[in-house]
Design a protein around this ligand. Structure first.
Ligand code: ADP
Length: 475
């Protein structure tokens, strides 16, 4: 089987969020589970990709094509990593912007990328069995294959999978640019137009052979107004070709027994003492108490409303007055950043680290007793799985992938705490409940053991995706 993943980011080359993590891990796992498969990933060659990665690339070919009235083209570079082929589309005008997204011409940039992907397939005669595209940035690759290029005999047999990592970001643009920017004929307007806009995600949902999203629970939630961001009716209509596959995490990167980033590496067997040492070191460094009887609760998160930050702020006084210590690591909306900086001044048991810092994040996963993740919605969520791998007990809201991965305390096989309603006092009650369980050392040790024993490896997810590809191909 030949699978081509199309994405706007992939670790280790470039990532701004969960999509980059998934595209760094899923192709590798699919290849590992079936070494005979030909697995590739195609990405834009951004200027922000680190020079040492760029140095690994070799030039493969030049492609040229038309995008509406523009004659354009790209140089394609390649490299191989863990058996996976990586292709990079170089175009300095579109991708030398110092950042990935948020440019005035994102529509044109990612139309160019998607068109370049299809032209690359065609011009190099590397015809995959499956094209697997992701989020709005590569939605047009699916749309092009199923519209403008459908009659091309080389491409017409390609099956497409389209993954929604977060339905909030749909790629909505002015309806007047269908031909000029997206190079789509008027007869395809109905496919991409929605609610007065061109909506690229909607276009891919409409025409793709299969849709996946990043957890089974989120796949159900998307059919409801609260979660669907306007696309809920469409998700109901296409539910026959929709399913959720939970993401995995990369244990080679997030693991307490790997030295390097954390102060005192530990294993499942030594989790209690290892955690204590890491916690003491981190708390001392940040000027917090090192008393092991006081639980350390952390958040590592984008400071965005999706992440339930409003709940924390709503009950901040009461929560930060509990007998626990808190460290919050995050960046995002200024209003949230400022709120935590102010709270830190008022509560001596709270540290607000307003930065993006992978090293300190790992030290926090290793040191904390509990990890708070009260998301409003959560397509999959990685942090709750990452914290389990460090034996840090998650406290989450029952939503999306959090529901699928965390079994609440009191139930068989529990690995954390869960609350149902998007309600600050429900959250606070659950935090206090977790603190009371922490005081019972034996119960806590058992719970922590179950959390660290969880298997959130990518293998399970890779197997599920391969089943989807095989079904589509009638294999
Ligand atoms: P999302 O992709 O919606 O932001 P996830 O839980 O899926 O949420 O993934 C978040 C990832 O980003 C985790 O690996 C988490 O550790 C990391 N992360 C979030 N904020 C920070 C930060 N400020 N510093 C370091 N890592 C962070």
């Amino acid at each position: 089987m030949n699978i081509l993943y199309v994405a706007s980011e992939a670790n280790p080359y470039i990532a701004s969020g969960g999509l980059g993590d998934v595209m760094g891990a899923l192709p590798k796992s699919v290849k590992e589970s079936n070494p005979d498969y030909d697995v590739s990933v195609i990405l834009p060659l951004y200027d922000t990709i680190k020079p040492h990665h760029k140095d690994e690339l070799t030039k493969l070919c030049d492609i040229s094509f038309k995008l509406s009235w523009r004659s354009t083209g790209a140089t394609v570079y390649t490299t191989k990593l863990s058996g996976v082929n990586y292709y990079f589309i170089e175009n300095h005008y579109y991708f030398d912007r110092g950042r990935l997204y948020g440019e005035y011409d994102d529509a044109e940039r990612f139309a160019f990328f998607s068109r370049a992907v299809v032209e690359f397939i065609l011009q190099t005669n590397r015809i995959p069995d499956v094209v697997h595209a992701n989020d709005w940035q590569s939605a047009l690759a699916v749309v092009y294959l199923k519209t403008e290029y459908l009659r091309n005999p080389l491409l017409s047999g390609i099956k497409t999978v389209y993954t929604i990592h977060n339905i909030e970001y749909q790629g909505k643009f002015d309806p007047n640019i269908l031909g000029d920017v997206f190079a789509l004929d008027e007869r395809y307007r109905g496919i991409v137009e929605f609610d007065g806009c061109i909506n690229l995600m909607k276009g891919a949902i409409e025409v793709t052979d299969y849709i996946t999203t990043v957890s089974p629970h989120y796949a159900d939630e998307l059919k409801y107004d609260f979660f669907g961001f306007g696309l809920q009716d469409l998700m109901v209509r296409f539910s026959h070709k929709l399913s959720g596959v939970i993401n995995g995490i990369d244990y080679s990167y997030f693991s307490p027994d790997k030295g390097g980033d954390i102060d005192y590496p530990y294993t499942k067997r030594t989790v209690k003492s290892g955690k204590q040492k890491n916690k003491a070191a981190l708390c001392a460094e940040l000027g917090l108490s090192t008393d092991p009887s006081i639980p350390l609760i952390v958040m590592i998160t984008r400071l965005a409303s999706q992440k339930g930050i409003d709940l924390v702020l709503h009950v901040a006084d009461e929560m930060f007055s509990t007998n626990a210590q808190f460290i919050i690591l995050g960046t995002g909306e200024k209003e949230y950043e400022d709120a935590f900086i102010n709270l830190e001044r008022r509560f001596p048991n709270l540290r607000a680290l307003i930065k993006f810092d992978r090293v300190i994040s790992k030290r926090m996963y290793a040191s904390a007793d509990m990890f708070l993740m009260p998301s409003k919605f959560e397509p999959c969520g990685l942090a709750q799985m990452i914290c389990c791998s460090y034996g840090t007990v998650p406290i989450v809201r029952s939503v999306g992938g959090l529901y699928d991965t965390i079994i609440p305390y009191g139930e068989n096989g529990s690995n954390g705490f869960r609350f149902d309603n998007y309600n600050a006092h429900d959250m606070l009650y659950t935090v206090k409940y977790a603190i009371s369980v922490y005081d019972d050392q034996k119960s806590w040790a058992d719970l922590r053991k179950r959390a660290i024993a969880c298997d959130f490896t990518w293998n399970n997810s890779a197997v599920k995706y391969i089943e989807i590809y095989k079904t589509l191909l009638n294999w």
